[in-house]
Design a protein around this ligand. Structure first.
Ligand code: APR
Length: 245
């Protein structure tokens, strides 16, 4: 990929960078993006019909089994070159904030340090009543596992549709977006709020906004640079072009 020289010169001198990632950065790790059709048993459901408090009240076991299935799918997934390129970028940029909508934990697995998991982490499970985090649980149990403290139903520690995001994570994400010199939107369709608003907060702050995505999104017309293709290919090429590594 040919990167504009002015873009490379600006990035190599940048000291404050914020990155927003979505399901697209994990696609090359073999994980379906959020809006890809569900497969197999789950093809009959839309994520929105499973990832919500109403769905959990209506049929807690169905929701529990969907997340247990997704945890199983993630078990075999490994970070891809796009995740590792972001680890390299973090080593070279003084103030680097990685904001992710992904709940698969692959950024931390790859070695990224300053990660804000806006939508939570599927590998963590907490009580739906008292909020206590469970150390262990049985993904294959006949019924939804119960909290050892209060007996409430356990649930994944992810943000469901209709739920508010963890305040401290969102605040840090907004602050990073407002103070960065360069904001990257990578592998996200940019349609879900409030994550989609972060790019606008960056632009309003005068940051250079960059999109790296397999296809154009509603954000594309508003960004300074758009690179369309696989993030697992583009990001390593960008790191080599900027830092020759
Ligand atoms: N490289 C770069 N981009 C890719 C790749 C790839 N290899 N594969 C897919 N994409 C792009 C798709 O073109 C799409 O625009 O990644 C984007 C993924 O978009 P979504 O499936 O909408 O996922 P995401 O943007 O992460 O969804 C955001 O919405 O439903 C909520 O909480 C859920 O975190 C999710 C949020």
């Amino acid at each position: 990929m040919d990167f504009p020289q002015n873009f490379l010169r600006f990035l190599v001198s940048a000291s404050r960078v914020a990155i927003l990632t979505g399901a697209g950065v994990s696609q090359e790790s073999g994980l379906k993006t959020f809006r890809d059709a569900q497969t197999g048993l789950w093809a009959q459901y839309k994520p929105e019909d499973l990832a919500s408090p109403e769905a959990f009240v209506r049929d807690p076991k169905l929701v529990w089994d969907w997340y247990a299935w997704r945890r199983e799918a993630i078990k075999g997934a490994r970070p891809n070159p796009g995740h590792y390129a972001l680890v390299e970028m973090e080593k070279r940029i003084p103030e680097f904030t990685l904001i992710t909508q992904n709940v698969d934990g692959l950024h931390r697995f790859a070695g990224s340090q300053n990660v804000l998991e806006l939508h939570g982490n599927i590998q963590k499970v907490r009580c739906s009543q008292c909020g206590t985090f469970a150390e262990t649980w049985d993904d294959d149990s006949e019924s939804v596992p119960a909290c050892e403290i209060c007996g409430g139903a356990l649930r994944p520690d992810v943000v469901w549709f209709g739920e508010s995001l963890p305040r401290d994570g969102l605040e840090s994400a907004v602050n990073a977006s407002r103070s960065c010199q360069v904001f990257f939107s990578i592998g996200t369709s940019g349609v879900v709020q409030p994550a989609a608003a972060l790019a606008h907060a960056a632009r309003n702050n005068g940051s250079v906004v960059v999109e790296i995505n397999a296809e154009p999104t509603p954000l594309t017309p508003t960004v300074d640079f758009a690179f369309h293709g696989k993030s697992g290919v583009i990001l390593p090429e960008l790191v080599r072009a900027v830092w020759n590594s």
